[in-house]
Design a protein around this ligand. Structure first.
Ligand SMILES: [Zn+2]
Length: 408
């Protein structure tokens, strides 16, 4: 018996299974938009760090199925492939709702958001199980970069929000999270190497604070780093090892928003990539913990965004003496005085001086200002998505009214 999508959504989903679902949902058949089934999976290959004689992957497959069954609360995981080189397990879900994978994903996401264990300030055990499901189903231990990495698939802007859930709601420290949009690498643009973006967690942090459920991945870590001690508790393997101190707190979220606005779904020429890399402070080996370039995020946005008013649409104002460019001003959609976190690229729009003035508190009637806010949000879905998720309001008129009430 396969699980029905409607049943899965009706009953409790374990934090672990939420993590697996959140990582990736595949349609089956793959090219069908309303497929008969969805599936989630865990798949990994042998690592050079572990001798083949030291661990039999083919024997491990059946143990791993049992572990996944018990962590998921469904006895339906099956071995799709297993050999001495690789394991691939799947959990099939019958698409009795007759929806596409994105719709199913959104339903899972909504249910996840209503989970009570998500609403705690600290990173509790449920959240850790979520992270284990999320990272270990598809993540691989990158021993050269000391990162736990997984390909990050996204077909729409909504899916980019996944990363923010991991830091904002799950409580993964931003300094240990890392987003690597490989489509910014020159090899991607030239077509040599079309690899996906990756989401990565500092490997030492994971090994010490979250802990592995996958024995093989734990063994890779152990062989590569020879930690002081291995601690197994409730089927989780932790390692005693010192975690590097990293503090790049703002960089990650700014970066993901920069990515959303400037890179996602844009056709990039090698020249444009060069400019972007320079502007965001990249050099050839951008890795964890590197300080964000000093240039303010407002200046960066000013430079990169088109000189066009987000409200009236004009591209002609007057020439600025300093650089000869047309004069525009950067407006915080949710005003900056409401909190440091709103100094965020996804919260910015470019306005002509007249429109900017018209949005100052009291400079025009409430109705006019709300209408202007609705116009801006309607024309800029990325700003709508950011402000909507930041303020927790989904309906456009309500959101506009709330933004109006926050005007400075
Ligand atoms: Zn204007």
């Amino acid at each position: 018996m396969t699980i029905k999508a409607s049943d899965l959504l009706k009953y409790d989903i374990t934090p672990f299974l939420f993590g697996v679902l959140y990582s990736r949902i595949m349609p089956k058949p793959t090219d069908d938009s309303n497929p008969k089934h969805f599936y989630v999976y865990t798949a990994f290959r042998t690592s050079k760090a572990v001798l083949k004689t030291a661990f039999s992957l083919s024997k491990y497959a059946s143990r791993l199925v049992q572990q996944y069954n018990s962590l998921s609360g469904y006895p339906n995981w099956e071995i799709h492939k297993s050999s001495d080189n690789a394991i691939d397990l799947r959990l099939y879900i019958q698409n009795d709702l007759n929806i596409d994978a994105a719709q199913f994903y959104n339903l899972v996401y909504k249910k996840l958001r209503s989970s009570t264990w998500l609403n705690t300030a600290t990173i509790n055990e449920d959240k850790k199980y979520f992270l284990r499901g999320y990272m270990e189903s598809r993540g691989s231990v990158d021993t050269s970069l000391k990162l736990f990495a997984q390909d990050y698939f996204y077909n729409n802007r909504f899916e980019l929000k996944r990363v923010q859930l991991l830091t904002d709601d799950i409580g993964l420290p931003i300094s240990y999270a890392n987003f690597n949009p490989r489509n910014m690498q020159p090899q991607f643009v030239s077509g040599e190497n079309k690899r996906n973006a990756q989401f990565r967690i500092n490997l030492f942090y994971y090994a010490k604070e979250i802990g592995f459920i996958n024995e093989y991945k734990a063994l890779i870590f152990e062989k590569a780093y020879k930690p002081r001690a291995r601690i197994a508790r409730d089927g989780i393997i932790y390692f005693q090892i010192s975690v590097p101190n990293l503090n790049s707190h703002v960089a990650f979220i700014k970066y993901i928003n920069f990515f959303t606005n400037n890179i996602y779904d844009k056709v990039l020429t090698p020249e444009k990539v060069g400019i972007l890399r320079k502007q965001i402070g990249f050099n050839t080996s951008q890795e964890l913990g590197q300080p964000y370039r000093n240039k303010s995020i407002v200046d960066l946005f000013d430079e990169l965004s088109e000189d066009k008013c987000a409200l009236c649409g004009t591209s002609q104002t007057f020439k600025k003496k300093a650089n000869g460019r047309q004069s525009f001003e950067i407006h915080h959609m949710i005003p900056f005085h409401n909190g440091q976190e709103f100094d965020n690229i996804a919260n910015f729009v470019k306005l002509c001086p007249t429109c900017h003035r018209s949005l100052k508190r009291g400079s025009a009637s409430k109705d006019d200002q709300i209408r202007s806010i609705i116009t801006i949000l309607g024309r800029h879905p990325e700003v709508f998505e950011y402000t909507s998720s930041a303020l927790g309001i989904e309906e456009l008129p309500k959101l506009a009214e709330e933004i109006w009430s926050l005007l400075g």
